[in-house]
Write a protein that binds this ligand. Sequence first.
Ligand SMILES: Cc1cc2nc3c(=O)[nH]c(=O)nc-3n(C[C@H](O)[C@H](O)[C@H](O)COP(=O)(O)OP(=O)(O)OC[C@H]3O[C@@H](n4cnc5c(N)ncnc54)[C@H](O)[C@@H]3O)c2cc1C
Length: 468
Amino acid sequence: MTSDKELARLVTVDPGLPRPNPTEAYWQRIPHALANVQSANLPSERDYAVIGSGITGLSVAMTLLEHHSATTVTVLEARTICSGATGRNGGQMTANAGEEYMHLAEIHGPQMAGKIVKFTLRNLQKMQELIEEYDAVEMSEMQRLKKLRVFLTEGKFNNFKESIARLEADHPSMKGFYTILDADTLLRDYGVHNSAGGALLPASTVWPYRLVTKVFDALLKKYPDRLTIETNTPVDSVEHNENFSTPITSIFPYTVRTPPGISSPNLRGRIHPFKGTMTVQDPGTSVPNQGTSVSWGFHYPPIYDPDTERHGYGLYYLGQSAKTGYFYFGGENARMDEAVSADDSFVSHHSVSHLQSVLPRFFGKRDNPPWRLVSSWAGIMGFSSDGLPLIGQLPLALTGRRGEGEWIAAAFNGYGMANCLMSGEALALMILGENVRDWLPGAYEVSEKRLQSILTPLEAVKALSSKL
Ligand SMILES: Cc1cc2nc3c(=O)[nH]c(=O)nc-3n(C[C@H](O)[C@H](O)[C@H](O)COP(=O)(O)OP(=O)(O)OC[C@H]3O[C@@H](n4cnc5c(N)ncnc54)[C@H](O)[C@@H]3O)c2cc1C
């Protein structure tokens, strides 16, 4: 078992810049025309520099442009456009409200827990609205369907049912959102074997890379003088120029050394990387194509194999392409040092063969040879010790710089499609001086109390240990 000392080392190690040679995600096989977009000359002065061209960066840039008629924005991306988690995820647009509610209510009280649930549900709805507004339903292959959450042990299923009961008691408007199903129904109606039970909830699936690139494309056309996107432009350091009355950021298109005395935002250990593995597998004709009606999540208690030192982290997730029948299947079975890693330039053979051996079993194909592997890749998620995103202004204690111009929206703990769009919107509105407290859960905000009490390397170690 990984020691706390080793965990502390892993969560605080310098993640470095995004690797220049990430594994190729199936979603990005046909690169968008904007994949390597850059201005002829990097603009030297912009009102806002947004670091990252995933769904959060898109949302921040879009909100800044739409809410202020003159503002100029540059999006800086270390690699190709949308090459981070958004371009390499599982394509699931679903909430984790049910599983998390009881825990959230215990820590934050029922009101805040309810606000978080409603925020994620509204975010998912807004994702669908965005897809429709930009006429991307077909090209992003969005499917409105039901998510089937399957629990592989009685213990997990009972905890889930208890959480749902509490959610419905505290927030009667949530009644009917989840439909609980027993193991026989899962087998009979969905062909799922060896479960303890499960639940259905409204959800959807999407091709996120196609969505994000399509919206960026439209924004570039709509705001040709106010928006630029600079790919292959890693930001290595941010300086506050004391001679200017307003904060500015200095942007470097390539790696530069941080000058002595100026430290980078010290978020290490407060947010840590977690590496995910995805596969695309072709079941041929061995199972029906349910890609227009359901996607799946399989929950199990975390496991540890002392011989291989590999952990199973408790969740597999999958969707099926309505067009090809391919399964997009992800989940982790890896050593801790492989999992708490920011390196998406390789995918472990073990993780891939594990995903290949597990998937057919869920559909009762235990003795069949593995299904054809179409693609496999790795992606990096940001995790926080309290399991919640960080949205707001970065204080001097974290940046080590004076000035009030640095903001963050990060750490979506594996549920970005349910959080990023509105988190980016909230951040941009906060930057513009608007009050978003009515709808942004206070528990997401960057507060001194949160930074002192829960968002610490020690708590990150505790949170990781508790999941093992
Ligand atoms: C394997 C995997 C499966 C997942 N499955 C799902 C799922 O099915 N459903 C779901 O809801 N969520 C899922 N997630 C999580 C979800 O994808 C993320 O939470 C979400 O995409 C985060 O979006 P983002 O824009 O904040 O970050 P990203 O999409 O990671 O964008 C950040 C960008 O910033 C760039 N960048 C970073 N540092 C610098 C720098 N210094 N200079 C310039 N650029 C920089 C990166 O290259 C990257 O492109 C999954 C994640 C992974 C990795």
